[in-house]
Design a protein around this ligand. Structure first.
Ligand code: URP
Ligand code: ZN
Ligand code: ZN
Ligand code: ZN
Length: 473
């Protein structure tokens, strides 16, 4: 036969086009796209169903160590299994530097965590929390040149946050060596000041998490991150944008001609602050994440930004903590003040189906925009394009065939190791019917077949979303 695999009668979608075709795969790569292709050793009839590139989840947290008793539920095994069953074929989790740790040691540590466990292909972003002279002048440049071409920095969280001078220093390295810098933009001092006031008033239930992080906290930090990026003259990508005020800052920056990219996540489309509970209800701990979900009108602002091109990428920000775990949402097995609830919610498996169903099928975004947001732009932003993120000749044969079917999300059908989903009982009208990774069926709509260790580590090229500005020329 001519191919290892032929997908027949695909309604193929890229970031720019939709076309009916057959897709021929050999040695894990797409080698031909056309009509009436020759035979394959294996053939799948897509029967006119949509076929999109496999998802690239450019923001998820797996197996990051925490101080006792907090612990992440998903490692690279369960996390990547869950991703595959939801149509994601590449993940880019974080190799987080602890303060005092060398950046190289952090990267080596995460290779040990992922090796032999990952079921789908993966790369790493670094988290730079301690930009010492050695990190800035030796480790970071060397690691960027070795294929770790993106990193995240934090403006909040005591164990991670950088001050403005440190941010300028790391942005200068990003500019010089061509790396993409992701920024968690929230004003740490405002959060701490508000948290203390709330605690003094005895207001410590989960819902007060959102009171300690009003939108202005995100707006101010987003504006400051934009200013720092402008000063250094380097693009940044503002992660997990939650609502109107941060969106306004990003629109303003774009209007100035600045290369400010932005990410949003499912929680800002489908959750609101009310999901953090009423009164002293503790169940709301399940939806504690930062920035917090806002209100219905802000959900619409996020939908508008997805549709009109404001957002560059749509990621899960999967941060897996169990609710009923003495070491998870309830440290010590009891209800704790919101300050001590680990931030973040699970979402690797539901990211793609939520946006396909409620975005594409509900008519809010086009299929092409879906592909751009969930796959192509992440691959470009983090230096994996065109190997990942598109259906083109020579690309890895990573694909999703979409089934239109009626279902309700249940945590029991998901494959992560978290004991809840924030989207329990939500109604969807699609789910991946087949996920293919390098031409192999790794999810057939009911069963996964991707053993631990089959995922390959990907070194990243220079981000290609936009060239660095060529001011010197
Ligand atoms: O609440 C969140 N988003 N937790 C995950 C860590 C982060 O800041 O992305
Ligand atoms: Zn963050
Ligand atoms: Zn995150
Ligand atoms: Zn139904």
């Amino acid at each position: 036969s001519d191919f290892d695999l032929v997908i027949r009668n695909a309604r193929a979608v890229t970031a720019s086009d939709i076309f009916l075709c057959d897709i021929g795969v050999r040695d894990g790569l797409i080698v031909q796209v056309g009509q009436s292709l020759g035979t394959g050793k294996c053939e799948i009839d897509a029967a006119g169903r949509y076929v999109t590139p496999g998802g690239v989840d450019g923001h998820c947290h797996l197996d990051q160590p925490h101080a006792e008793p907090i612990r992440m539920a998903d490692d690279f095994d369960t996390g990547t299994l869950s991703a595959a069953c939801g149509g994601t074929t590449t993940v880019i989790p974080f190799a987080a530097q602890a303060k005092g740790q060398s950046l190289r040691a952090a990267v080596d540590d995460y290779h040990k965590r992922a090796g032999g466990k990952a079921r789908i292909d993966y790369a790493f972003h670094m988290i730079v929390s301690d930009p010492t002279p050695t990190v800035l002048h030796e480790e970071l440049p060397a690691l960027i040149q070795e294929g770790y071409t993106s990193f995240k920095i934090y403006m909040t969280y005591d164990d991670l946050k950088l001050d403005d001078g440190q941010i300028l220093d790391v942005l200068s390295v990003a500019r010089e060596y061509g790396a993409m810098c992701m920024v968690h933009a929230e004003n740490a001092d405002c959060i701490e000041w508000l948290t203390r006031k709330l605690e003094a008033a005895g207001r410590v239930a989960p819902r007060f998490h959102s009171h300690a992080r009003p939108m202005l906290v995100e707006r101010e930090a987003t504006h400051r991150a934009i200013a720092l990026s402008e000063l250094v003259d380097v693009p940044i990508l503002v992660v997990h944008v939650s609502g109107r005020e941060a969106v306004e800052q990003i629109r303003w920056a774009r209007g100035q001609g600045l290369n400010i990219y932005a990410e949003t996540c499912p929680q800002y489309l489908f959750l609101t602050a009310e999901d953090l509970g009423i009164d002293d209800q503790y169940e709301g701990a399940k939806c504690v994440c930062s920035p917090p979900p806002r209100d219905k009108s802000n959900q619409q602002v996020i939908w508008n930004g997805l549709a009109d091109g404001l957002f560059t990428v749509f990621s899960s920000d999967h941060a897996p903590y169990k609710y009923d775990d003495a070491a998870g949402k309830k440290p010590g097995g009891k209800e704790v003040a919101f300050r001590h609830i680990p931030n973040g919610i699970p979402g690797l498996e539901t990211r793609m189906p939520l946006l396909w169903s409620e975005g594409v099928m509900a008519g809010r975004i086009t299929p092409q925009r879906f592909v751009e947001l969930t796959s192509t732009n992440a691959a470009k932003a983090y230096g994996l394009y065109p190997r990942k993120g598109t259906l083109s000749i020579g690309a890895d044969a990573d694909m999703v065939i979409w089934d239109e079917r009626d279902l309700e999300i249940r945590n029991s059908m998901l494959h992560h190791a978290v004991d809840y989903t924030p989207y329990e009982s939500m109604h969807l009208s699609a789910w991946p019917g087949v996920t293919l990774s390098r031409g192999e069926v790794i999810w057939d709509g009911s069963q996964a077949s991707c053993p631990p260790g089959r995922g390959k580590f990907l070194t990243c090229d220079t981000p290609s979303l936009a060239p660095r500005k060529l001011m010197e020329i």
